[in-house]
Design a protein around this ligand. Structure first.
Ligand code: AMP
Ligand code: ZN
Length: 473
């Protein structure tokens, strides 16, 4: 697998720290509103990366945070006259719903900033002890940026250029009460509370953490001092990720992340979609017009580092493309059910060999820095192949094998290509009854078979004292 590493600015062969395992951290959203479809891009592409690596046999420990304390959250809370925690709880729940609808798997761990305050205080203490941070009279703690030698290595920025860029702001900084700040480049690790803001006790003042420190702490706590991959949107390269590196490497004394992956922007009229510009659609808006599988498919129609322009016409073509794949799957299902011959013929065996060539093509595309655009093309070619070779006279085994292959590749991309047939309550009740009868007759093999059959239909059974209860998974 080749990954473009923002740190080295080149394509590199991916080699994990521990064989067969991947530790990965993806910066998550600040939860003060419904997420927009730009925020959904990193969720979808890195979820696809995770699914692909899992399919290649890796065990992926995937951590993605929720930033649940921040100026924007506090502002939203004040506007509504509620606690900041009410806002963040509400939008974490909404974000999880959107993720589920986009078929983005929940992370192994979803830490929240407000639940990691002791870890942050401890890392800030370490930075102070090592001379990388200092407190000023009002209780603010700053990171001493110039002290960290590698500053700028991720973004490719030169520290002296940065300073001249900041000079124009220095006057504003002085009047805003940052007495004792040694250098314009120094950034906040901890800041004092203001009236009406949530705060925590700390050795420096009652206050709250700066934004960057949470990711350094969560990554360390859940994944270790050095991780395989750190990811997020390219707007995070500077200053967020640059500052994370400065904090983590100064505190831990070892490299922070070996590979840095950044997705390109989702644009609208060639401008970055963002809340502040007001040019955004929420995932929820889009769900009113399209099945969110279409949005996922649209996002994956481009390689993750390329900018992607959102438009109705591209969504329409994504919709048509997805429909084409789903139709092929549905045709194969029909053949599978109705074919007269069940066994593979010799020529069908040859066809299947040919079909596996498309899987190889798919893998090669994904191995090349997750080129989902080419991987989607490979699926389309496979679909075309299926449409031309799976006609009336083929065996059910042939239709079934081809269908499995398309579904497998779709699953790696997190695409649901088969409409689940609605299972009727009566059918479930009938099978449960049959299973009870089988158990009475001590035909446990049959009883287990029925349980599996029901599981395949999305029905879960629970044996309770009051009898068998069932639910849809
Ligand atoms: P935020 O809540 O703004 O911190 O963003 C959460 C994630 O969404 C980060 O990884 C951002 O880089 C990413 N993001 C925000 N806007 C866009 C956009 N228009 N296109 C792609 N990624 C974005
Ligand atoms: Zn982060």
């Amino acid at each position: 697998m080749q990954i473009y590493n923002t740190l080295t600015k080149k394509l590199e062969e991916f080699v994990p720290i521990e064989e067969g395992k991947i530790t990965m951290y993806v910066c998550g959203p600040t939860v003060y509103n419904l997420i927009h479809i730009g925020n959904a891009r990193p969720m979808i592409v890195f979820d696809t990366f995770r699914r692909y690596m899992t399919y290649r046999g890796y065990e992926v420990n995937y951590v993605s945070n929720f930033t649940d304390v921040d100026d924007k959250i506090i502002k939203a809370a004040n506007e509504e006259g509620v606690d900041a925690s009410e806002i963040s709880e509400r939008y974490i729940a909404e974000c999880r719903k959107d993720m589920e609808a986009l078929n983005v798997l929940p992370a192994t761990t979803h830490p929240r900033a407000t639940e990691e305050i002791p870890e942050m205080i401890s890392m800030i203490n370490t930075l102070i002890e090592k001379g990388y941070a200092y407190k000023v009279p009002d209780g603010t703690v700053y990171y001493r940026t110039r002290r960290f030698e590698g500053y700028g290595k991720l973004s490719g920025k030169n520290i002296d250029d940065l300073e001249s860029g900041h000079r124009s702001e220095s006057h504003a900084l002085k009047v805003s009460g940052t007495e004792g700040k040694e250098d314009e480049l120094d950034f906040v690790l901890w800041k004092p509370k203001k009236e009406g803001e949530p705060f925590w006790e700390s050795p420096w003042c009652e206050g709250r953490p700066g934004w960057h420190i949470e990711c350094s702490c969560m990554s360390k706590k859940y994944l270790g001092d050095t991780i395989d991959i750190h990811a997020g949107g390219e707007d995070l390269i500077f200053p967020h990720h640059e500052n994370e590196i400065a904090q983590s490497e100064a505190a831990n004394g070892v490299p922070f992340a070996r590979y840095w992956m950044h997705n390109g922007f989702l644009n609208i009229d060639n401008q970055k979609m963002s809340k502040s510009l007001g040019n955004f659609f929420t995932v929820r808006d889009i769900s009113k017009k399209y099945d969110l599988q279409v949005l996922r498919f649209f996002m994956l129609s481009a390689q993750y580092r390329s900018p992607l322009n959102f438009s109705d016409s591209l969504m329409e073509s994504a919709k048509a493309g997805l429909e084409r794949i789903k139709n092929a799957v549905s045709n194969l299902s029909d053949i599978e059910k109705n074919a007269e011959v069940s066994e593979l013929t010799d020529s069908e065996k040859d066809f299947l060999k040919e079909a596996s060539g498309y899987e190889t093509k798919f893998d090669e595309a994904m191995d090349h820095d997750l080129n989902t655009a080419d991987a989607v093309s490979a699926i389309f070619e496979l679909v075309k192949f299926a449409n031309t070779t799976a006609k009336e006279n083929v065996s059910s085994a042939y239709a079934s094998e081809l269908k499995k292959l398309i579904l497998k590749l779709g699953d790696v991309m997190g695409l649901i290509l088969e409409d689940k047939e609605e299972v009727l309550d009566e059918e479930v009740e009938r099978l449960i009854e049959e299973r009870q009868q089988a158990r009475k007759n001590k035909d446990f093999a049959r009883a287990d078979e029925i349980r599996d059959q029901l599981a395949g239909m999305g029905i879960q059974l629970k044996d309770t004292r009051e009898g068998v209860k069932w639910s849809r998974i």
